[in-house]
Design a protein around this ligand. Structure first.
Ligand code: PLP
Length: 380
């Protein structure tokens, strides 16, 4: 394998992705610069509309990033300090961070060891009289089991905010055959357009989705300084906008999202096949009611050798990442929210066993073969 190929390996190849769309994207960016409508220019609403159509949702409200989207979503639900919000213990910090920030209480629950997502039976046991919201995170690109979560939420009069930062484009199928896009099933869905996300911009960006007109209006108002009419502020809000340049870029990339998901799925299928006979590797388990858009291809190494494999890959020029190395409840910032009777053994184990391998839309088969052979060589 030539050293050239080794140099090329990255978790996500954003340079090549840009090169394929360069002419179109450069023109769109220059058009925004020529118009000088950097804030709330026409591309923002145009992108929102196109995303509404793609997702089959009534309202898309763009904002500055995925963390803001979660925060604004919570702010729109008229919660009170101390209200409890159920979140997975195995997720990115943003999901729970905004809960603490708003004086609410994150209740962390364990996840399914195969799908890495929350399980309704576990969530059910965590519900108290203070519980107001469940936040399923569709981790790595696959939907949580939304039908059971939505039923549980309905029975207990709870809101559902889907953290869809990692699964945009994934489809969930209900038992009656209805298919919905992740992020459109709960009261509010949120996403991130961070550059490495499946639909990423060239900086920070995010959005909220809802089918509820009233919530949509609240989300728009809160994200715009709490004003419905300029300089008249009805509620405390924030300043969270998607820049016009980012919206123009996203509008172009959205047209390629399905193709991007297919490319990721192809890479994932190659990895699956290559690792199927390695006993200590558990390849990603597919849920039969969700498609998987593989924001990450995350394997479990179940023989205590995860860190050894990571080092071996690193020594051979193959990057890999641990999403996430520390359970939320072991993070110092979350110590005020941790109770002693927490039983989160799955999260604990996942933090020791998961490893994400390079996956992106421009993966070259020579590069992937090299990655596969490097993984295999560790287990020989
Ligand atoms: C699951 C999850 N939630 C929320 C976020 C926050 O998004 P952003 O980085 O755009 O604030 C991310 C992004 O990394 C994420 O992966």
């Amino acid at each position: 394998m030539s050293s050239n190929i080794i140099k090329e390996i990255q978790m996500v190849d954003l340079v090549s992705q840009y090169q394929h769309l360069k002419v179109e994207i450069d023109k769109a960016v220059i058009d925004v610069m020529d118009s000088a409508r950097f804030i709330k220019g026409p591309s923002v609403r145009s992108f929102e509309k196109n995303l509404e159509e793609y997702l089959g949702v009534k309202h898309v409200i763009a904002c500055a990033n995925g963390t803001d989207a979660l925060q604004i979503a919570l702010m729109a639900l008229d919660l009170s300090p101390g209200d409890e919000i159920i979140v997975p213990s195995f997720t990115y910090v943003a999901t729970a961070e905004v809960i603490g920030l708003l004086g609410l209480k994150p209740i962390m629950v364990d996840v399914n060891p195969d799908t890495f997502n929350i399980i309704s039976e576990v969530v059910k046991n965590a519900i108290t009289s203070k519980t107001k919201v469940i936040v399923p995170v569709h981790l790595y690109g696959q939907s949580s089991d939304m039908e059971d979560i939505l039923t549980l939420a309905k029975e207990n009069n709870l809101f559902v905010i889907e953290d869809n930062a990692q699964a945009i484009g994934a489809d969930y199928t209900f038992r009656n055959g209805t298919v919905k896009k992740t992020g459109t099933m709960g009261n509010i869905g949120t996403t991130s357009f961070f550059p490495s996300k499946n639909l990423g911009c060239f900086g920070d960006g995010g959005a909220m989705f809802t089918n509820d007109d009233n919530l949509a209006e609240k989300l728009r108002t809160i994200s715009n300084h709490g004003q419905r009419k300029k300089y008249y502020h009805s509620v405390i809000g924030v300043n969270s906008r998607l820049d016009t340049i980012q919206a123009a870029i996203l509008d172009i990339k959205l047209k390629h999202l399905n193709k991007y998901s297919s490319a990721r799925q192809k890479v994932a299928a190659n990895y699956d096949k290559a690792f199927s006979k390695i006993e200590s590797i558990q390849t990603p388990v597919r849920q039969n009611n969700s498609t998987h858009v593989f924001h990450q291809y995350t394997i479990r190494i179940n023989n205590g050798k995860r860190n050894g494999l990571k080092q071996h890959l690193n020594e051979n020029g193959v990057p890999s990442m641990i999403y996430y190395p520390v359970p939320l409840y072991n993070q110092e910032a979350f110590s005020p929210f941790v109770s002693h009777d927490m039983n989160l053994s799955v999260t604990e184990k996942l933090c020791e066993e998961v490893l994400s391998l390079p996956i992106h839309t421009e993966m070259d088969s020579n590069v992937q073969n090299y990655i596969i052979e490097t993984v295999k060589s560790y287990f020989k």
